[in-house]
Design a protein around this ligand. Structure first.
Ligand SMILES: [Zn+2]
Length: 324
């Protein structure tokens, strides 16, 4: 146990020092986290008797191949299956690198892909239209939040362009479920559960019961300001309320270094702070434009992505609160 704690402590130090380089970190008995460089999306894997059970697939094929190679060479085990925590492309564009195994997700994850891209008999799509890419990265309302020609559009267009994103071969889930799924492993049980809309619709809460490790996808951003997009903000906060009642020692966020439940509580505070600041602006009679320009939450203003994303998160929250 003491050795395990030491290992966890040194892993955390490595991430803090080496965050410009993605890295595979051992979190426990046959449990690995792949931490993206500079806050890019994370992934994870668990050794099972049927091979590696992988959680999320990276934001492009190049990173997905690096992740798969690191897993296979470090563990000497084949890939068994992949779980998608949600549909956003920064977690699913690498699915195609795992197309030789079953890809499991909530039914709403597959539904989202089908809604945006149309039905697919092969189970795969080629995503090359800019608006499709934007919706799959940032949510259904991205073009309402960032209309074509908006001065802030350039940042978003740059995010979905470049050689890795010109044409994305997207592999959809091959198996879906509704409420919960349990994987009975030799010495532990992995649970994947859907508790309702939150950061997007289809977010899974994945956790290892005995080792007390949770994989939260984009329900939790650590060290980076989150994107709200078309989230259900109250639902998101409620999912975090429930996660905070769980017996969890280690948390793998969707973005950022390996963390603990106290960091999830801090993140819930961030969501509440943005919601409360926008609610106060609405109460004071501010228009959406005025709120987008004026509402700030100083405590988080130095976080990466705050400057680029806060005005849109305010707009998203304003519309969300007005519609309730
Ligand atoms: Zn993400």
């Amino acid at each position: 146990m003491r050795a395990e704690l030491r290992e966890r402590a040194s892993a955390r130090k490595f991430v803090m020092l080496g965050s410009q380089q993605q890295s595979l970190q051992k979190l426990g008995d046959g449990v690995y986290a792949w931490i993206g460089a500079g806050g890019d999306s994370n992934a994870a894997a668990i050794e099972t008797s049927d091979g590696l059970l992988v959680i999320d697939a990276q934001q492009n094929q190049r990173l997905a191949r690096s992740f798969r190679h690191a897993l296979e060479t470090t563990t000497g085990r084949p890939i068994g299956q992949l779980i998608n925590t949600h549909f956003h492309l920064d977690h699913t564009a690498g699915n195609i690198v795992f197309a030789d195994v079953a890809i499991v997700a909530h039914s709403r994850t597959r539904q989202a892909m089908q809604t945006y891209l149309g039905p697919s008999e092969s189970g795969s799509w080629t995503v090359s239209d800019t608006d499709d890419k934007l919706r799959l990265f940032f949510g259904s309302n991205i073009r309402d939040l960032v209309p074509p020609g908006d001065p802030s559009e350039a940042w978003f267009l740059k995010r979905v362009s470049g050689p890795d994103y010109d044409s994305i071969a997207l592999r959809g889930p091959s198996e879906t479920f509704e409420d919960r799924l349990a994987f009975h492993l030799t010495r532990d049980t992995l649970h994947a559960e859907y508790w309702g809309p939150a950061h997007c619709d289809g977010d899974l809460i994945v956790h290892l019961e005995k080792q007390k490790i949770a994989f939260l996808g984009d329900l939790f951003f650590f060290g980076r300001f989150p994107w709200f997009g078309d989230c259900d903000l109250d639902g998101w906060i409620e999912r975090l309320d429930r996660i905070l009642t769980m017996d969890i020692l280690t948390v793998v966020p969707g973005h950022g270094p390996v963390a603990a439940l106290r960091d999830v509580a801090e993140f819930r505070g961030l969501l509440r702070a943005v919601r409360d600041a926008v609610a106060a602006a609405i109460k004071a009679g501010a228009s959406e434009d005025a709120a987008a320009h004026e509402v700030q939450v100083a405590r988080y203003a130095d976080m990466p992505r705050y400057r680029e994303w806060m005005p849109f998160n305010v707009r998203s929250t304003y519309r969300y609160l007005k519609s309730r």
